[in-house]
Design a protein. Sequence first.
Length: 283
Amino acid sequence: MAGVAARTVRWGDVALFVLVAYGLSWLVWVGLKPVFPLAIRTFLAMFGPMFSAIAVIRVRRGNNLRRQWRMTRRRVLNNLVASGLAAATIAIVVVVGLALSLASGDLTFNGGSGENLFQEFSIPLALFIYWITAFGEEYGWRGFLQPTLAPLGGARTGILTAVIFAGWHIPAILFDGFDYPRHHILGIFDMLVFAVPFTIVLAWLRSATGTISGPAAAHATLNMCAGLLYANTNRTTAIIAAPVGLFGMVAFAMMAVGLLLSGRLWARVDLLAQPVENLSSAA
């Protein structure tokens, strides 16, 4: 598959990837629950998709991953630019969702009981943690799974990736109320509704920039905004409020629909079709 788009989906690779990614992350979320708080378990679980992708690449494809980590000045610059543009894009979408939540009265800036990394670490370290954990996920979702499913076409690839992405969160939501406190069952369905437009936007960032750094920065920005909002706002219900409630979904859906109608979802098909182990700018 080196440098050439696959004509059919390698379903064996997809099945193995999902099995390992779910297995590793679910083991951390559920198995370590008596030992560690949710924040630490989530930090560890977010690397499950990366390790799964590496395992599939090594076992099913036999590729050597070392070459892709060689950095040049151009690669560093490309990834920095892609990260900055992607982060700005997601920040704007989150602000739109926030405005909708504020207008509805579901969310207000009058306190908040949540925590975020900026309360525990210095700003540079907090930003690095947000990015490195998001990169752990995106290496799997956008670096491996999206190119593997690409022969299905833009919309179907986005939807199936979103379903797998949402399903991966089930133990954290079911047992800990991750992102949806007090809504351990309904939150699972809300995550699926949110995941579809969010995945389509990140799929576009992956194909538009040709990097994993773009969607990783976007994902990190969403996680960072969620932490800041939970720490500084009160909400009637997380099912509705931004950034991952229904109002957040509406904001991402507006952008996703625009991408689909304009035909821009697969902005650079040549880069999209190549798996992570062959992308010169994948880091």
